[in-house]
Write a protein that binds this ligand. Structure first.
Ligand code: SF4
Length: 217
């Protein structure tokens, strides 16, 4: 196939054709998949103790996704805070699924008022409410789409999954403070591909999932 004919959709059709609408209400009740304590295993904050709040549902269906996010319990913001307070971490990472699919403004206000530092991991397809850009300190965007939502004006790190379809010319270097490349599923061929790309881009960084190596949650 000629390079001009290349289309990422040919390789990751599930990522976009099965795109779901996001839905947001007043944010007093949230659909929570799980809340757990672990060590941040990826990207810039690697090694920091963190309480993860995994919100249910995602607007995409990536073929390589290994996260179970469809099941949930309804929790009030106060219940989420109480569960977070059972753990000792200073950082709270909002992940999913797609955490921007639900209205998390109230949750972020309450967590921030309680003294937590907030991190979010989003797939880059959903515009955040501008208030979230102030409340959340650390923004990880892991793009699953060629265009990152224009409302994501504060990106700490762009973390690309390097698989068969990844091309280094997709990297929007000017949008983030740091660029991370993470080999898809830690497969040897994608580790090799990542290391080759890093030879050409010495300012970019390797992200490995150390929580998987250490068998942490
Ligand atoms: S965006 Fe993330 S959580 Fe959603 S389907 Fe893709 S890999 Fe899974």
């Amino acid at each position: 196939m000629a390079q001009d004919d290349y289309n990422i959709l040919d390789e990751i059709p599930m990522a976009l054709e099965e795109r779901m609408p996001v839905w947001r209400d007043n944010g007093e009740q949230l659909q929570i998949n799980e809340i757990f304590y672990s060590i941040e295993g990826e990207g810039y904050r690697v090694g920091q103790p963190t309480t993860f709040v995994r919100l249910s549902r995602c607007n995409l269906r990536c073929f390589f996704c290994d996260t179970e996010f469809d099941s949930f319990v309804e929790m009030s913001v106060v219940q989420v805070l109480e569960e977070v307070q059972r753990h000792s971490a200073n950082w709270v990472c909002l992940t999913g699924g797609e955490p921007l699919g639900q209205n998390i403004i109230l949750l972020c206000r309450v967590l921030k008022d309680a003294g937590y530092r907030l991190h979010i991991e989003t797939n880059g397809t959903v515009d955040p409410d501008p208030e979230l850009l102030e409340l959340i300190e650390h923004w990880t965007v892991s793009p699953k789409h060629e265009e990152i939502a224009s409302g994501l004006t504060r990106i700490t790190e762009l973390k690309y999954i390097v698989g068969k379809a990844f091309r280094e010319d997709q990297v929007e270097e000017g949008r983030a403070d740091y660029i991370y490349l993470q080999p898809e599923s830690s497969k040897p061929e994608y580790i090799h591909k990542t290391l080759e790309i890093l030879l050409r881009h010495p300012d970019w960084r390797l992200s490995c999932r150390i929580h998987k190596v250490l068998k942490l949650p």
